[in-house]
Design a protein around this ligand. Structure first.
Ligand SMILES: *Cc1c(COP(=O)(O)O)cnc(C)c1O
Length: 309
């Protein structure tokens, strides 16, 4: 993805020190993919990279994709489109947003980058992958390169295979947060034979394993399904205070939809002796920090504590 060239992406693995890790003799590092770009962060950069190259190769000048009100993928596509001089269209779940989207930090930032926003009902949104729905979009907007919801397809998985490098072979366990599973699939495909890959789903759903298997051949991997906090984008006070404590204790900001839940789950498993002493863990910080502002507005409206940025 130009001008964010792959060479420009120098990602560090940051060592975390916490009393818990010392007590359990477990080493934890965080791969700071969140630092790739403030808006095209972490895995969304990886997932768009080869899709953008493909769209250009096929001579498309417009990208169309789908997402919800806080979507990191919508934000990333809007910014990446602008940087690559391509038009972008975001099909957004929820008609009610049509009147209030200017108050939504993610959607107004996407619009500022030139993204056209089309709001559709939840019923229509469920039909978004049907030919009838896509044909209607083509009549309205002209031809476009379609990136699926969450950005996951074969080319996205290929991009996520570049997250791990040869230097990362020293780790025993690789962890990441899971939405559609595209990122996890890339990690599974590129992990070394001695490594185990653990995914932490941010939503309830038994479909995930099957979806992931579409993109992976084999590999040692599993899902840790106890840490979705009630479902996608569900946030409670304990998660908010965990995120704020982690930020204070380690300097690392986490988002409430994905990486916060993964780290909560991972530290809970460490507390419960899931890992042997001496285990070296690498957790992928997949980014997503742009979504915090929107979630904080929601938390404020519910008079709940907010995430310190
Ligand atoms: C989108 C996203 C994920 C989920 O990635 P999938 O490839 O859909 O599983 C994880 N973390 C962050 C920060 C994200 O924005």
């Amino acid at each position: 993805m130009e001008p964010l060239s792959p060479e420009a992406v120098l990602v560090i693995n940051q060592k975390i020190s916490l009393p818990l890790l010392e007590k359990k003799k477990v080493e934890l590092y965080i791969k700071r993919e969140d630092l790739i770009h403030p808006q095209i962060s972490g895995n969304k950069y990886r997932k768009l990279k080869y899709n953008l190259l493909e769209a250009k190769k096929l001579k498309y000048d417009t990208l169309l994709t789908f997402g919800g009100a806080y979507s990191n993928h919508i934000a990333a596509t809007a910014y990446a489109g602008k940087l690559n001089k391509m038009q972008t269209i975001g099909v957004i779940r929820g008609e009610e947003l049509a009147n209030i989207w200017t108050d939504n930090p993610t959607l107004s930032a996407a619009h500022q980058q030139g993204m056209k926003l089309k709001f559709v009902s939840r019923t229509d949104y469920r039909e978004k992958e049907t030919t009838a729905f896509i044909d209607k979009l083509k009549i309205e907007f002209g031809d476009f390169y379609m990136v699926p919801e969450g950005g996951t397809n074969k080319l996205a998985v290929k991009g996520c295979e570049e997250i791990l490098t040869a230097k990362d072979e020293v780790y025993d366990i690789i962890c990441c947060s899971v939405g559609t599973g595209g990122t996890l699939a890339g990690l599974i495909n590129s992990a070394a034979p001695n490594q185990r890959v653990l995914g932490f789903p941010a939503l309830k759903g038994d479909f995930l394993k099957k979806d992931i298997c579409k993109f992976v051949e084999n590999g040692d991997w599993d899902l840790c399904t106890d840490y979705h906090f009630g479902g996608y984008a569900r946030v409670d006070e304990s998660l908010v205070s965990f995120i704020n404590e982690m930020h204070q204790n380690t300097g690392i900001p986490l988002d409430p939809v994905y990486t916060g839940k993964m780290m909560y789950g991972l530290l809970d498993m460490i507390t419960n002796n899931f890992f042997n002493p001496g285990t070296k863990i690498l957790a992928i910080h997949t980014g997503g920090l742009q979504g915090i502002a929107g979630i904080n507005l929601y938390l404020k409206s519910k008079k709940l504590p907010i995430i310190d940025i």
